[in-house]
Design a protein around this ligand. Structure first.
Ligand code: NG6
Ligand code: CA
Length: 507
């Protein structure tokens, strides 16, 4: 036996005495569980059958719910992608900074290199960490040359491995970045990107609509990549251009490789699907299968993705040793810029579930998303929890599980581990969210939205952002669809919640 301090303390029966904070001898006796978070894009509360969808079947996601705990009151930090992801990884509400809105395709890294983030915390606790999939938090710290080393990026904020879509599927460059480099780039065919001007001689969606396989409805009329108009222009890099139709499979493949390579030590995987964001170009296998057009087919592809990851875990014998979480970055949207029949073919499907609003909106459906956590044997199976949770809390909760200290730069992350493990429904008393329509605070049964002058309709999508020139107060217990504004009738509650919001803002 080696006389390490740990073994000595164990042998002496002094398990934790004198240990530095952060060193977790007790947890060490039992293997640390792997942690996988499947973070989907623009998937609504009502988009999956275990959350009430009746027009589409999502058996793999439902299986997670059957074997795990299904949460009904978990909010993203924001009703759009970049700010939600910023909060998830940093533990800081995004509106504390000005540069956390939807990031441009050539945005620089929003999270500072070296910051103590959730993945960094997992790494300090002994995990191997990876991000696979959509990033959308910026890269580099000056104008990016896509043919050279691209840094800082995920590897500078706590990930050991990264394979990412740099921004979104509808923004150039349409290439994967693996660690610090564009994957499969041929140096004889360099890649150039511009968000200002088209490249001479190359077609655009605006000028050459006849070349498009899927037409845009708004925006998305710049470079044509794989027959689809995108935001921004790019030239060259042909060997590196992704295939939209195999994107889901590619991401599954990379994620499974990472898990397999790390099957003998604890791993943390932040797996970000592109589904069901636009452009929706699912694989042939799913085409036409949902009867709802590409958006429904993309939901089926997403369900397949979840199934593949679960199967891989099972095959490796890691099902019981892995915490699997499933959620979304913001609420649902139908037409987000392409004519893909999402509106026309919706039928009776209700992506927002019983809630008001959608992506971009500060009404409930903007930020209230599916959230499932499975940990066989540790977390009750097939139950639901109404605990009020912000995705921002995952950082502090897993840090608590690993006896890791939280940094000061994560002021908005609360430890709700007992609620995540299904031991209690007491989690948060209050949480705040933001959207194109402004901020909102949820406290117990109440939701309050201060008056503001933000646009009432989200740009070109027609979505009601929830912005109003008058304050709004809703009783979520009796009016979950936020129809009946009680602000005039209940000035005391308005006063309390506006004070609470003020405290959060100054906190
Ligand atoms: C909007 C895009 C939308 C989508 C969104 C980001 C237009 C007209 N609309 O600006 O299509 O890309 O940004 O979505 O360009 S998110 O889920 O990543 O936040
Ligand atoms: Ca999104």
């Amino acid at each position: 036996m080696k006389y390490s301090r740990r073994n000595f303390l164990k042998a002496a029966g002094v398990m934790s005495a004198g240990l530095a904070f952060g060193e977790n001898v007790l947890a060490d006796e039992k293997k640390k569980p792997n942690v996988v978070i499947i973070y989907t894009d623009d998937l609504g509360y009502g988009d999956v059958s275990c959350y009430g969808a009746t027009e589409i079947e999502t058996p793999n996601i439902d299986r997670l719910a059957k074997e795990g705990l299904r949460f009904t009151n978990t909010h993203t930090a924001s009703a759009t992608c970049t700010p939600s992801r910023y909060a998830l990884l940093t533990g800081e509400y995004p509106w504390r900074r000005e540069d956390t809105g939807i990031a441009a395709g050539d945005a620089n890294m929003i999270i500072e290199a070296g910051r103590h983030t959730w993945p960094e915390s997992m790494r300090r606790a002994g995990y191997k960490t990876a991000v696979v999939g959509k990033w959308h938090l910026g890269l580099g710290d000056s104008k990016i040359d896509w043919n050279k080393k691209i840094a800082p990026g995920p590897l500078e904020i706590g990930f050991d491995y990264s394979f990412i879509i740099p921004a979104t599927g509808d923004r150039v460059p349409c290439v994967y970045v693996e660690n610090h480099e564009v994957a499969n780039l041929d140096e004889d065919d360099p890649l150039y990107v511009s968000f200002k001007k088209p490249f001479k001689g190359l077609p655009t969606g605006k000028k050459n609509p006849e070349l498009l396989n899927m037409k845009h409805s708004h925006g998305h009329n710049n470079a044509i990549i794989n027959g689809v108009g995108r935001i921004g222009y790019m030239k060259g890099g042909a060997s590196a251009v992704w295939n939209d139709r195999t994107m889901a499979a590619k991401l599954v493949d990379k994620a499974c490789d990472f898990m397999y390579e790390n099957k003998n030590n604890p791993f943390f995987l932040y797996f970000c699907t592109h589904d069901v964001h636009v452009p929706r170009l699912p694989n042939e296998e799913f085409r036409g299968k949902s009867g709802m057009g590409p958006r429904g087919d993309a939901i089926l592809q997403l369900d397949w993705t979840v199934g593949m990851l679960l199967e891989e875990l099972e095959e490796m014998g890691l099902k019981d040793d892995t915490v699997v979480m499933f959620s979304s970055d913001n609420g649902p949207v139908l037409d987000d810029g392409y004519q893909d029949k999402a509106v026309e073919k919706l039928g009776d499907h209700e992506p927002w579930g019983p809630y008001r609003g959608a992506k971009y909106s500060r009404y409930q459906a903007g930020t209230l998303v599916p959230f499932i956590l499975r940990w066989p044997g540790e977390v009750p199976a097939g139950k639901t929890s109404d605990a009020l949770i912000s995705q921002t809390d995952l950082f502090a909760s897993f840090a608590a599980m690993n006896n890791q200290k939280m940094p000061k730069t994560a002021p908005d992350s609360k430890n709700v581990l007992p609620a995540l493990l299904g031991k209690t429904e007491n989690a948060r008393k209050y949480l705040a969210i933001d959207a194109i329509g402004g901020l909102a605070v949820v406290g117990g049964r109440w939701k309050f939205m201060p008056a503001n002058d933000e646009p009432k309709t989200a740009w070109q999508t027609g979505i009601d952002t929830g912005a109003r020139r008058k304050p709004q107060l809703y009783d979520l217990k009796n009016d979950m669809a936020e129809k009946n504004n009680l602000a005039d009738k209940m000035p005391g509650v308005v006063e309390d919640l506006s004070q609470k919001l003020e405290e959060i803002l100054n906190g």
